[in-house]
Design a binder for this molecule. Structure first.
Ligand code: F6R
Length: 602
């Protein structure tokens, strides 16, 4: 949610900021802005909408020679996406960018307004720059003024501040929102994640919550509540080429096609012929654990719901799943025999992170399943299993969901193994099926062409129901979420058996039902649910290996002997269908309206 970059050094700052923001644009793209101090001169530019508007606005501006600079791409939380609300926010002689939410901003704003400060924007962020200038005007040195400002902030923030009062210094603070510092000799970079600094910096330091400081003359001064601290950087190793589109029209499309390959990486060294090996877990990790509780949001939550069936069925261990934003405020009863599992692609989702902190405070053991190493959730968890999906750039998550579900399936088998609740022959059959999944995820030209053709019939209507049973119910939820995110058409996922308890009232020819009809799981049951809908004239698109005579449209999947293999193949079908519908509707597939990739506010 929002992206921040900063740079201090002699290079062309405008380009560094714009290129960095380009890498972060997926986090929010309502507006963007940059501010640069070079010598005594302060310049700033802002533009509403995508970054290209800011590029256009700054095309005649250059910023070579030593200077300091900050930039921001915004996903609106307080105030509409206007130029006035775009960051950087200006005081009288300072600029600030911020990611997160200042929870006590109204109180601070009132206090400042009473002292005569005029606010230009509706944002919480603007309070930071005015507070800073207030303390500076009271006679505090710039760093003392910044420190006093940070001490007043409540909530989540990653923030950078520059001021004419210290034209060779960038001030920074982090609490709850991600930020890192990159180093290349005397040049110093800031960013919300490592992609903007790949190829520029060679060492990196991931800031911890509660850290703040300043950078001056190529030296970073870092503080926490105990005072100035020594910190150690680590080499920045990342392959930027992986993050490019590689010839696909959209990142989402590339990521759907990649699933077959990355699944191999997810399993590598973990899925052996007759056992699951998870080096991340100590031998006695599950000792004393009788229940698993999983917390996540959105797509990751759907993966968790799928896993609940697997944990109970395969490992015979109780598993509850909760939406993180609900969990946080329900005063949950937590017992120490519960393993607390969080699932997150980004590792930065605010609600999931907070749920994890709550579980830790209650003394629970924690495990995260995450795609981003060094992310806040990974660092906060006792142990993490990385999904190894590679950078996911499409806002609509695809390969992250596939690899999360695979890791959870592996974990269910692993628990069955260590608790000896899973017979050897069942384990062997599950592993065999696992090894077949990369094949089930291959996108053939034929399949893609079929979904492209079908998609033209699904561009209108008064809604979609994705229906399924058992693990195909969470898949139905996920299929519906994918479709609504990028097509802006209304779609719901439903357990097929529930349709006649209300939703069937909506059935008519304009109600599109996407029926997930696997051969290996309750086929006859779902068939009769679909027949009931068809009898009421609903338009049926059946996805199944078995031909279904009542289907208006039919996507035939392969025969398989295992539900999870069918699950993954059907997942690809629903992803491609959503993609093709979105393309036909002319939508921005990778950056759908109103969404952001990493939701770092609650
Ligand atoms: C949907 C999607 C979101 C995320 C959710 C949680 O395509 O991507 O629903 O799944 O915001 O994000 P993570 O997994 O990063 O915690």
């Amino acid at each position: 949610m929002c992206g921040i970059v900063g740079y201090i050094g002699p290079k062309e700052k405008k380009e560094i900021l714009l290129d960095g923001l380009q890498e972060l644009e997926y986090r929010g793209y309502d507006s963007a802005g940059i501010a640069i101090i070079q010598g005594e001169k302060l310049n700033s530019f802002k533009a509403v909408g995508k970054l290209k508007n800011l590029r256009e606005k700054t095309k005649d501006y250059t910023s070579k020679g030593f200077g300091i600079s900050i930039g921001h791409t915004r996903w609106a939380t307080h105030g509409k996406p206007t130029e006035l609300n775009a960051h950087p926010h200006l005081g009288a002689y300072s600029y600030v960018v911020h990611n997160g939410i200042i929870e006590n901003y109204q109180e601070l704003k009132k206090e400042l307004q009473q002292e005569g400060v005029t606010f230009l924007s509706q944002t919480d962020t603007e309070t930071i720059v005015h507070l800073f200038e207030k303390y500076h005007n009271e006679g505090f040195e710039p760093f003392e003024a910044f420190k006093k400002t940070v001490n007043r902030l409540e909530g989540a923030y990653a923030t950078l501040l520059i001021t004419e009062a210290a034209p060779d210094t960038i001030f920074f603070a982090k609490n709850g929102s991600p930020m890192l510092i990159g180093f290349d000799g005397e040049e110093v970079y800031f960013a919300s994640s490592d992609t903007p600094i790949i190829g520029k910096a060679n060492e990196v330091y991931y800031l911890e919550d509660g850290e703040y400081g300043y950078v001056q003359n190529g030296k970073v001064h870092l503080f926490d509540s105990h005072g100035e601290k020594v910190f150690h950087t680590q080499p920045l190793i990342a392959d930027k080429a992986m993050a490019q589109k590689e010839g696909y029209r959209f990142f989402m499309e590339k990521e759907i096609y990649e699933q077959s390959r990355v699944m191999g990486e997810t399993m590598m060294g973990r899925v052996l012929e007759e056992e699951i090996v998870l080096d991340e877990l100590d031998a006695d990790f599950f000792k004393g654990i009788n229940t698993i509780k999983i917390c996540a949001c959105g797509t990751s939550y759907h993966s968790a719901l799928t896993a609940a069936y697997l944990f109970e069925r395969l490992a015979k261990i109780r598993c509850d799943v909760e939406i993180a934003s609900e969990f946080r405020y329900k005063e949950p009863l937590l017992t120490k025999d519960t393993l607390f599992v969080t699932i997150s692609q980004s590792g930065e989702t605010a609600d999931t992170l907070e749920a994890l902190k709550m579980a830790k405070r209650a003394g629970l053991k924690s495990l995260s399943i995450c795609n981003v190493d060094n992310s806040s959730i990974v660092r906060e968890s006792d142990t993490a299993i990385l999904t190894r999906a590679g950078i996911e750039k499409g806002v609509a998550s695809t390969k992250a969901f596939a690899t999360q579900t695979m890791v959870l399936w592996m974990l269910a088998l692993y628990v069955g193994q260590v608790k000896q609740t899973l017979p050897k022959e069942v384990l062997k059959a599950e592993i065999d099926a696992m090894l077949h999944t990369p094949k089930a995820l291959v996108v053939t030209d034929e399949l893609h062409a079929r979904l492209h053709r079908l998609s033209k019939r699904y561009l209108h209507g008064h809604g979609f129901f994705f229906i399924g049973r058992d693990i195909f119910y969470p898949l139905a939820l996920e299929g519906a979420l994918k479709l609504k995110e990028i097509s802006y058409l209304h779609a719901e996922g439903y357990p097929a058996g529930e349709m006649k308890h209300g939703p069937i009232a909506l059935a008519d020819a304009e109600l599109f039902t996407i029926a997930l009809m696997p051969k290996t799981m309750h086929y006859d049951k779902i068939k009769s649910n679909v027949e009931e809908l068809s009898a009421r004239d609903a338009t049926i698109c059946a996805i199944s290996p078995l031909p279904f005579e009542l289907a208006d449209d039919f996507v035939q999947t392969h025969y398989s002997s295992h539900p999870m293999v069918e699950f993954f193949e059907m997942m690809v079908v629903t992803q491609l269908l959503a993609l093709e519908i979105s393309v036909r509707l002319g939508n921005d597939v990778d950056m759908p309206r109103n969404l952001a990739k990493s939701v770092t506010v609650e």
